[in-house]
Design a protein around this ligand. Structure first.
Ligand code: CTP
Length: 398
C-alpha cells in the first residue's frame, strides 16, 4: 500500500522515540523506502543502530559524515522524499521548523522538502497546552504542515493529559490514505494472471518462456494500492512477492492456471490476463526422465487451454476483461483481432519492436485499444507506472 514510496522519518529527542521503531517497521512492511533523520538529542532516547537496522539504511544526523567529510545533502534528501513525517516532534523542533532555525539536518531537510510534511507532537501536557506551542502549531499549519494530533493519556512524567504521540498505526494509516486516494477500484474484485506457464515434458524438463511475471505483479500491487481485492494467479517465477497482501495462487501449467481462474472468475468484477501462457504442451508427459539414446527426438504437442478465451466466453455484462497482446508485426491489427476473439473490453499491446518493452525489462511501452477502437499510445515507462496507466484506463471504463 506504500509500495516504493520514499518517506523521511524525522526523530527528535523525546521519550516517544521508542515508538518510532515500530513506525519505521510498519512503513517498511507496507513497502515504503524509509530514510531516518535524527536530531542529536534523539540519540539519547533510541539508538541509530535500531533505526538503521529497521529501515535498512544508515541513519543521518550530521550535515556531513564525521569520518569522510562526505556531505549529507539535505537538498537532495528533500527532493528525494515523497513524504516527510516528524515523529516524535518535540516542542523545540516544532519551533525551529516554524521559524526556520536550520541548525540541524532534520530541520534543514524540512526546509528543503517539496513533499507534504506531517508532524506528530509528543511532549508533556503543560508544554503541549502552552500558548507558545499552540502558536507554533498554528504557524506550521499556515505553512502547510499536517498535524497528527497528540493523544490524551498517561505521560512519561507520570501526569495524565494530552501530549502522547499518536500510535504508529495511526500515523501509517494517515500516510496510506494520503497515497491511496479514493479509487473506482476500491473493493472491486480483480483477478490477475501473470508469469509464464511451464508445460512438463518429463519429470525434469518443461516447455516455457521468458516471462518474469513482473508486469502482472506490478498490476497486482497497484490494484491493491487502490483498495481492490486482488487474486493473483501466478506462474513459476523468481520474484519476491512478500509485498503483495492479496490472495496469491501459484500455478505451474496452463491447465492449472485455467482451473484456478475458473474457481474465482464468476465473482470477479475485473480480470486482467497478463500471463504469457504457453500455447502448446507435450501431448504425453513421460513418467521417467527421457534418455538421449536417439539422434532425433520428436515431441508431439497439443494446444493448451486459452484462459482468457475461456473466461471471455463466460463473461457477464457487468464484468470487464483486459487482455495483453505481445506482437512482432501488424501489431494493431493482431491486437484488435484478439480483442474481438477473446471478448476483451480493452487490450494492452506490447510490441517487441519497441526498445525496452516486453519480457526481461523493468520498463514497458504499451498501446491500449478498447472496444470503441480508441487507440492510446504511451511512452516507455517503468512497469509500476505502466500498471498505473492501465488501471487508470480501466477506472475510466468501469
Ligand atoms: N492467453 C491466455 N491463455 C492462453 C494464451 C493466451 O489466457 N493459452 C491470454 C494472454 O494472457 C493474453 C492474451 O490471451 O492476455 C493474448 O495472448 P497472446 O499470447 O498474445 O495471444 P495468443 O492467443 O496466444 O495468440 P498468438 O500467440 O497466436 O499471437
Amino acid at each position: 500500500m506504500l509500495q516504493n514510496k520514499k518517506i523521511i522519518v524525522g526523530v527528535c529527542g523525546g521519550i516517544a522515540a521508542y515508538k518510532t521503531a515500530l513506525l519505521v517497521r510498519q512503513l517498511k512492511q507496507k513497502g515504503a523506502e524509509v530514510q531516518v533523520l535524527m536530531t542529536p538529542a534523539a540519540h539519547s532516547f533510541i539508538t541509530p543502530l535500531t533505526l538503521a537496522t529497521l529501515s535498512g539504511k544508515p541513519v543521518l544526523t550530521q550535515f556531513s559524515q564525521p569520518n569522510t567529510g562526505e556531505w549529507n545533502n539535505h537538498v537532495n534528501l528533500g527532493l528525494w522524499a515523497d513524504a516527510m513525517v516528524v515523529a516524535p516532534a518535540t516542542a523545540s523542533t516544532l519551533a525551529k521548523m516554524a521559524y526556520g532555525q536550520s541548525d540541524n539536518l532534520l530541520v534543514t531537510t524540512y526546509l528543503s522538502a517539496r513533499c507534504p510534511v506531517w508532524v506528530a507532537p509528543a511532549m508533556d501536557l503543560d508544554m503541549f497546552a502552552h500558548p507558545t506551542t499552540i502558536a507554533t502549531l498554528a504557524t506550521l499549519k499556515k505553512h502547510g504542515v499536517n498535524l497528527i494530533d497528540a493523544q490524551e493519556g498517561e505521560l512519561a512524567s507520570g501526569l495524565s493529559g494530552k501530549g502522547r504521540m499518536a500510535e504508529p498505526e495511526t500515523i501509517v494509516a494517515i500516510l496510506t490514505a494520503y497515497f491511496n486516494p479514493a479509487s473506482a477500484l476500491r473493493n472491486k474484485k480483480v483477478l490477475i494472471t501473470a508469469g509464464p506457464t511451464y508445460e512438463a515434458i518429463d519429470p525434469v524438463r518443461f516447455l516455457g518462456n521468458h516471462s518474469s511475471g513482473s508486469m502482472g505483479y506490478q498490476l497486482a500491487l497497484a490494484a491493491r494500492q487502490r483498495g481492490a481485492r486482488v487474486t493473483l494467479v501466478l506462474g513459476p517465477n523468481s520474484m519476491d512477492t512478500t509485498a503483495f497482501d492479496g490472495t496469491l495462487v501459484e500455478v505451474t501449467s496452463a491447465q492449472e492456471m485455467l482451473d484456478a481462474c475458473q474457481q474465482v472468475y464468476p465473482k470477479q468484477d475485473i480480470a486482467i490476463f497478463a500471463a504469457a501462457v504457453a500455447d502448446y504442451a507435450p501431448a504425453n508427459i513421460a513418467t521417467q526422465k527421457i534418455k538421449k539414446n536417439t539422434q532425433k527426438l520428436t515431441l508431439e504437442l497439443t494446444k493448451t487451454p486459452d484462459v482468457a478465451y475461456t473466461l471471455g466466453k463466460a463473461k457477464k455484462k457487468q464484468q470487464f476483461n483486459v487482455g495483453f497482446a505481445l506482437e512482432t508485426e501488424n501489431e494493431q491489427t493482431h491486437a484488435q483481432k484478439k480483442l474481438a476473439r477473446k471478448n476483451f473490453d480493452m487490450v494492452v499491446l506490447n510490441s517487441l519492436n519497441d526498445k525496452g518493452a516486453g519480457f526481461k525489462h523493468t520498463t514497458n511501452k504499451i498501446t491500449i485499444i478498447d472496444t470503441q477502437n480508441n487507440i492510446l499510445h504511451f511512452e516507455l515507462k517503468s512497469k509500476t507506472a505502466v500498471a498505473n496507466d492501465i488501471l487508470n484506463e480501466i477506472e475510466k471504463r468501469i
